[in-house]
Design a protein around this ligand. Structure first.
Ligand code: UTP
Ligand code: MG
Length: 503
């Protein structure tokens, strides 16, 4: 658990009122009804999921509506000065005498602020997401020359809400819809049907389809350069750069399960506002320390890291996220989904899932994430988000993370022992760094998230270690600068963490 700093401020919701005229309140009292909690929750959760701070309040509202909303919110809030010796838990317990306040209480530390800043600065923008769909549509036009009425869909981090600006564009050439949309063309009283030739296996069919599309993109695809056909991979693909959009694209087919796992990640990201910020922090941390790379190799992938974060959040008490089995138990007939014999069923509607009762801060969760995996028994246990508990490893791979839908597969089979060890060492070091009291950190040195994202051994970095050349991306570096500018010394009136609620 990170050390608490000198002062702690709380802005705490009183009772939520209807959207009527703002009235001068009488003395502010602690009164929180169940209805009020539900109202608060609705306001916190933006359309599409998580609470994203100020943008939520301003989304689709006029200036005067925003001003009105802000004023009303301010009148439902109080500021609590909490001495540094009082823990967050004790404060919550004390305030709970006045009613069930957990849903109203939002404890925010400077590290939380840094985590949210990082996420908001690096997440895909609306324009970027639109450009991704447009690029798919352009590739669909090319593929339609061979497969009329085919569909090209984005999947992976472009759509699962964990995408960072600059991430690749994973595309899925969907031929299954062709039959369903009935492409048979009638001409007078004659019926024309497309016939598919028999091929020895589905894999060979996939390779042939991608081969021909790869050729077509290479010779005629507008703006498609550097086309590579990687047909012998476990999941055959065509890789190319799309010049107009600037995206690095991976086109696959017969990969419907990956689309379903993108949907699952989207659901997890939407369930709790802390999930995305945490996943972003871990992804950026891993990239800054060269634990991940854009080149395939023996390192952990962003997808595997995301599953690790989800697993960790299922292990909290109370859990932040439900297990996949419990999401399956909530499913009804319309959610049923079986792909190639794999049961991929889970509830699709967010409102059928109970919100978590866990109130841990992002800072605490990040520290605990590093503690947890810094001490995880990777030698005997496997990570499994279906059941949300460790299981005996079925094989000797250094890192075993069960594929959520193809449960016999290990999504981190490629990770070597030395890469895993590097991950464990850095996780321990980062847990240690986060536990350092800001007050004990020399003023010139970055702290909190900034310290985590610097290469080990760099100025202000970490435990004394042999200096290694590990350049963080330019974007992370510039973000670090802005994070440093937000250091507590620059914030008037507060020298430590802040606690606030959004009413
Ligand atoms: P990527 O490796 O491109 O991951 O796989 P990503 O989530 O898009 O992350 P970045 O930003 O590119 O690094 C794309 C998708 O393929 C599925 C997952 O849905 C993943 O999001 N996938 C990947 C699997 O189902 N199994 C795997 O072993 C790898
Ligand atoms: Mg990707």
């Amino acid at each position: 658990m990170a050390t608490h700093h000198a002062r702690l401020w709380a802005r705490w919701a009183l009772c939520a009122r209807g959207p009527g005229r703002v009235q001068r309140p009488g003395p502010r009292r602690f009164c929180c009804s169940g209805t009020a909690a539900a109202d608060v929750r609705r306001e916190e959760q933006a359309p599409g999921g998580a609470e994203t701070g100020p943008a939520d309040l301003t989304a689709r509202k006029s200036f005067s509506e925003v001003q009105e909303g802000r004023r009303e919110q301010a009148q439902r809030s109080v500021l609590i000065h909490c001495p540094s010796k009082v823990s967050e838990k004790k404060l919550l317990k004390y305030l709970s005498q006045h009613g069930p306040i957990n849903n109203h209480f939002f404890y925010e530390s400077f590290v939380d602020e840094q985590l949210n800043t990082l996420w908001k600065a690096l997440q895909l923008t609306e324009e970027n997401v639109r450009l991704r769909y447009l690029t798919c549509s352009l590739i669909e036009d090319v593929a339609a020359a061979y497969f009329p009425a085919c569909t090209v869909r984005p999947f992976g981090s472009s759509v699962n809400t964990f995408g960072k600006l600059g991430c690749d564009l994973d595309m899925f050439l969907d031929l299954d819809e062709i039959g369903k949309r009935n492409v048979s063309k009638t001409s007078g009283s004659f019926l024309m049907e497309f016939q598919v030739k028999n091929v020895p296996s589905e894999r060979i069919a996939t390779q042939k389809i991608l081969s021909v599309i790869g050729e077509c993109l290479d010779h005629f695809g507008p703006g498609c350069v550097g086309v590579q056909k990687i047909l012998n991979a476990r999941c055959p693909l065509v890789r190319f750069s799309h010049q107009a959009s600037g995206f690095q694209c991976d086109l696959t087919t017969n990969n419907r399960i990956a689309l379903k796992s993108s949907e699952l990640l989207y659901l997890y990201g939407s369930l709790d506002s802390r999930v995305r910020a945490l996943v972003f922090a871990v992804r950026c941390w891993a990239r800054a320390h060269a634990l991940t790379s854009s080149i395939p190799g023996a390192w952990v992938t962003n997808f595997a890291l995301t599953v690790m974060v989800i697993f960790f959040l299922q292990r909290r008490s109370p859990p932040v996220l439900p297990t996949l089995d419990s999401l399956k138990a909530l499913a009804d007939a319309e959610d049923r989904c079986v792909i190639e014999g794999n049961n991929c069923t889970f509830v699709q509607h967010l409102n059928k899932i109970q919100p978590s009762g866990n109130t841990e801060t992002l800072e605490s969760l990040l520290t605990e994430f590093f503690e947890y995996f810094g001490n995880f028994a990777f030698n005997k246990n496997s990570i499994n988000i279906r059941q949300g508990r460790e299981q005996n490893k079925p094989d000797s791979s250094p890192l075993h993370i069960q594929n959520p839908f193809e449960t016999s597969l290990n999504i981190s089979k490629n990770v070597s022992q030395s890469q895993l060890q590097k991950f464990v060492d850095l996780a321990r070091e980062s847990a240690w760094l986060l536990q350092q009291d800001e007050a004990s950190t020399p003023a010139a040195r970055p702290w909190g998230l900034a310290a985590l994202l610097l290469p080990s051994g760099a100025e202000g970095g970490s435990l004394p270690r042999k200096q290694r050349k590990r350049p963080a991306s330019e974007r992370i570096r510039s973000l670090l600068e802005s994070i440093k500018d937000n250091s507590p010394e620059n914030v008037a009136g507060a020298s430590g963490k802040r606690t606030s609620t959004h009413a």
